[in-house]
Design a protein around this ligand. Structure first.
Ligand SMILES: [Zn+2]
Length: 429
């Protein structure tokens, strides 16, 4: 019997009702509610009311929670301690950790495209996070999270972050980070930008830095002790900065990967990647990078040949060419490989004119190509430059450019993929 129940019964007794009578009434009340009312205090209050005994019930709210407030992470600033908020962002960093109680948690850095904030995900929110299987650049939504402020260990700065725990719901939103961020070439210096393409070159630079915070600071070489701004004093550690050239088929851009990301040149060489970072004058300082696993081992070889026509007329290609495709070397087609803008419906007409057998042969190859194109586009949810797409397919399939263009065109016609005014191709939503 709870303390409160005891007190209520005492009050009812004081009003002249026998304890036996009270207990019987309590049992009847319990039975008539079919066990629906689980808290005995509630039933005792009911009996007290029936006998006209005034009861002072405590005015505390139970586990009712207010409706969460939706907040954009750009609006979260130092000094805020709001509870029960809804917020969302793209994951650009994930780091596993443990709570003070020793339970698993993950620290996520999320961005909405302009602001960045750290989050700590534990308890029920962590379980959902694990079950949903989030990847870098996925958009995560928290309902019922908390804005938390704490003092940094390093300096006395107050750090504001989001915590997601027992009462926080976690969801994965089907949004693309490339839509939230400005494309690298359009971005202003100093802003967050996104870049996708194939890593065609890498180089590494070593530097001595602080083992605690990885800053270069005053460190001269790995033999001489130094003092870091962060408080570290002692021998520096050797760090590797990786520079990489990314090609999307139209332009080449340089990215710089700092050692704290834990991504090496080897991890990204010849791979399709998406990188998010801050735009500098001439390169992107990477905050997050995601390599996609597609084998592009022969991309480099093809890129060394600048003249497309020369490549298409070499003997290897001729051997591969089937009868029907010989037509493709006709003047009209060669022109087209030089300038995509001048695509005409001629291709489709030609296709119709060819004999049945040839159409069939083309169809089976085209089906394979169509699937390949769609596979690659899956990797670029917000699209890829048409020329970049063609480069990738060419590297993977060793087929001629004109044939790829033809298949792309047929996919657009079918409405399975779409091309925008900037010649970006993406899967139709
Ligand atoms: Zn340091």
């Amino acid at each position: 019997m709870s303390k409160m129940e005891k007190e209520i019964i005492k009050s009812i007794k004081a009003a002249g009702v026998s304890e036996k009578q009270i207990k019987r009434e309590l049992e009847v009340a319990k039975a008539s509610f079919g066990g629906f009312v689980k808290n005995p205090d509630t039933l005792a209050i009911l009996i007290a009311k029936k006998h006209g005994v005034p009861i002072n019930t405590p005015k505390r709210l139970g586990k009712f929670r207010s409706i969460p407030e939706k907040m954009d992470i750009s609006d979260i600033s130092t000094g805020m301690t709001e509870k029960n908020i809804i917020t969302s962002g793209f994951i650009i960093k994930k780091k596993k950790g443990k709570t003070r109680a020793g339970n698993p948690k993950v620290n996520l850095t999320i961005t909405n495209g302009s602001s960045i904030i750290n989050t700590s995900v534990f308890d029920e929110a962590y379980n959902s996070y694990k079950a949903i299987k989030f990847e870098l650049f996925d958009k995560i939504k928290f309902t019922g999270a908390k804005i938390f402020e704490f003092k940094s260990d390093r300096n006395d700065d107050m750090i504001t972050m989001i915590t997601a725990g027992k009462f926080t719901t976690v969801e994965k939103l089907n949004k693309d980070i490339k839509k939230a961020l400005t494309d690298y070439s359009d971005a202003d210096v100093g802003t967050l930008a996104v870049l996708s393409g194939i890593v065609t070159e890498t180089s590494e630079n070593a530097y001595p830095g602080c083992p605690d915070c990885s800053k270069k600071g005053d460190a001269k070489d790995t033999e001489t002790e130094f003092e870091c701004e962060c408080g570290y004093s002692g021998l520096p550690k050797e760090y590797i900065i990786t520079n990489a050239v990314i090609s999307n088929g139209e332009e080449n851009n340089v990215i710089t990967i700092f050692p704290r990301l834990g991504v090496t040149a080897n991890d990204i060489s010849d791979k399709l990647i998406t990188a998010v970072g801050k735009k500098n004058d001439d390169k992107l300082s990477v905050i997050a990078i995601r390599p996609y696993d597609i084998d592009l081992s022969h991309v480099r070889k093809q890129e060394s040949t600048d003249d497309e026509d020369e490549e298409e007329n070499n003997s290897d290609d001729t051997e591969e060419t089937s009868e029907g495709e010989v037509e493709e070397t006709s003047e009209g087609e060669v022109e087209e490989t030089n300038e995509e803008d001048e695509e005409t419906d001629k291709e489709d007409e030609e296709l119709e004119e060819t004999s049945e057998g040839e159409v069939e042969n083309f169809s089976s190859n085209a089906k394979k190509l169509r699937n390949k194109i769609k596979d690659v586009l899956e990797m670029f949810p917000s699209g890829i430059a048409k020329s970049g797409l063609i480069e990738i397919i060419k590297a993977k399939e060793k087929v001629k450019r004109s044939k790829i263009i033809r298949v792309i065109k047929s996919l657009i016609k079918k409405g399975e993929i779409e091309e925008d005014d900037d010649k970006n191709i993406k899967l139709t939503d």
